[in-house]
Design a protein around this ligand. Structure first.
Ligand SMILES: *[C@@H]1O[C@H](CO)[C@@H](O)[C@H](O)[C@H]1NC(C)=O
Ligand SMILES: *[C@@H]1O[C@H](CO)[C@@H](O)[C@H](O)[C@H]1NC(C)=O
Ligand SMILES: *[C@@H]1O[C@H](CO)[C@@H](O)[C@H](O)[C@H]1NC(C)=O
Ligand SMILES: *[C@@H]1O[C@H](CO)[C@@H](O)[C@H](O)[C@H]1NC(C)=O
Length: 420
């Protein structure tokens, strides 16, 4: 079994590498043809990300291969197909029509290209805190466009205030508005990062499907802008910006976002981070003191935001959702103003059942996954984290283990937790 898995992963790795190289090559071809066919060469200074590329490829501008590619045609073709798919997939959808404090009565009122305003659902949390599961619940609703980790290109850092926060928040707002053509360094770096880190877009499965079929469009700002603008539901998962800063986005009436803050037991988070190669050595990720200082600050921000934005902000604990995933998902979707459609139920049916399909890691048990740390960490390790995390754990209602025996039998989430 172990041998099989090793082989599997080395094959995928090879494929990953090959497709990354192909993507780079194809994307450069796409840029060349785009610049040539759109006479963009004259406006290059307004697209700084590609300025370097544009300059270095000018000698290719008479390439026949390049001139035979009609990007405009390809973009329109993909958009029309996706438009049809979305309206078909949502034919029976019950639009809010005043429920959930949202007035939209039909699809058009939620679609940017029709001058509507999408339902923008944002999850704010930190690394390894269960947000993948919650993000996938939202993404199981048809017509969702998933802005997965929009600050991936910034590396393993937490943003807690100026000077980093200003540009980061601008970038988040650009993505939420589908402004892939924004001319700022973050957008440039984000798209360039995506060229050789395909995980930036693979979680956005409705986009990724098009990236596979039309690799020359995948990182094209105009394509991304138009494609994104078709989707009535936009979701975003943020793990690098602390909650306090999100207030600025919540205050923007034209964005109209709803924000779900997700906290996880720091013992579970730290245990899960141990298995990530990118974590050790980065204080923002590796140090439980730093994590718990953030969780304490997030609690005080959550108290404030709950009062200030009772309809558009909510804080939950990952464990509470996981032990009761059907109810939990229902509550989350209601908060975001989305229907609990059959696709959500199907997603939960296949992702919350123990031992479904044998050892496949896709079908993990959401009910027990949050508590693995109890058997994976020794009591001294737990005790160390608890000492660093007293305040954060008390605030969020997590119970301390008193000794090695207690660790195996106690219920870690039965503390006092209320944010009203
Ligand atoms: C590219 O396709 C568009 C849309 O179909 C069309 O209007 C345009 O004439 C085509 N351009 C070239 C150079 O073939
Ligand atoms: C829309 O496309 C998805 C793949 O992205 C497909 O699974 C689904 O069946 C399509 N829906 C309709 C109604 O065509
Ligand atoms: C949403 O709630 C606010 C305040 O509670 C209210 O003024 C507004 O009319 C509501 N809007 C809708 C569409 O229900
Ligand atoms: C472990 O802690 C529990 C809960 O505080 C306590 O009841 C128990 O006596 C302790 N056991 C040992 C061996 O100290």
């Amino acid at each position: 079994m172990r041998y099989m898995r090793l082989r599997d992963s080395s094959v995928t790795h090879g494929r990953k590498k090959a497709s990354a190289v192909a993507l780079v090559v194809i994307s450069i071809l796409c840029l060349i043809s785009f610049l040539v066919s759109q006479n963009f060469v004259t406006t290059l200074p307004s697209t700084p990300a590609f300025f370097g590329v544009g300059r270095s490829i000018q000698s290719f501008s008479n390439n026949e291969l390049v001139e035979s590619v009609n990007i405009t045609y390809d973009i329109e073709h993909v958009l029309q197909k996706q438009r049809n798919n979305i309206s078909k997939a949502l034919r029976r959808y019950r639009f809010p029509n005043g429920r959930y404090n949202i007035s939209a009565k039909n699809l058009d009122e939620l679609v940017l290209e029709k001058n509507g305003r999408p339902l923008r659902s944002v999850i704010v949390t930190t690394w390894r805190s269960g947000s993948t599961f919650l993000g996938d619940i939202l993404d199981s609703v048809p017509g969702n466009f998933y802005h997965y980790e929009p600050l991936l290109h910034r590396g393993i850092v937490q943003i807690r205030g100026p000077p980093k926060s200003g540009s980061a928040l601008d970038h988040l707002a650009h993505l939420l508005r589908c402004e892939y053509d924004a001319t700022d360094t973050d957008m440039d770096q984000y798209l360039l990062y995506g060229l050789d880190h395909k995980e930036l877009f693979t979680h956005n499965r409705r986009l990724w499907e098009k990236c596979i079929a039309y690799p020359h469009l995948c990182y094209h700002p105009m394509f991304l802008k138009k494609f994104c603008s078709l989707f009535p539901f936009q979701s975003m998962k943020i793990v690098r910006v602390r909650l306090n800063l999100i207030e600025k986005l919540l205050e923007d009436p034209t964005l109209g976002i709803r924000v779900l803050y997700v906290v996880r037991d720091p013992r579970g988070t730290m245990q899960s981070r141990r298995h990530r190669v990118w974590c050790p050595g980065n204080a923002d990720c590796w140090d439980s003191n730093v994590l718990c200082a953030d969780l304490t600050a997030d609690f005080s921000a959550a108290l404030r935001l709950t009062k200030k934005f009772p309809l558009t902000f909510k804080a939950v604990r990952y464990e509470d959702i996981s032990v009761n995933p059907y109810n939990g998902a229902g509550n989350i979707l209601r908060f975001f103003g989305r229907e609990y459609v059959s696709e959500v139920k199907r997603f939960l049916d296949t992702h919350t059942v123990q031992n479904f399909g044998g050892v496949s890691s896709t079908y993990r048990n959401s009910r027990s996954a949050p508590f693995h740390w109890r058997s994976e960490l020794s009591y001294p390790e737990v005790k160390y984290i608890q000492e660093n995390c007293k305040t954060a754990m008390a605030a969020w209602g997590y119970v301390s283990a008193m000794n090695a025996t207690h660790l195996k039998s106690f219920d870690p989430i039965k503390g006092h937790f209320a944010l009203e």
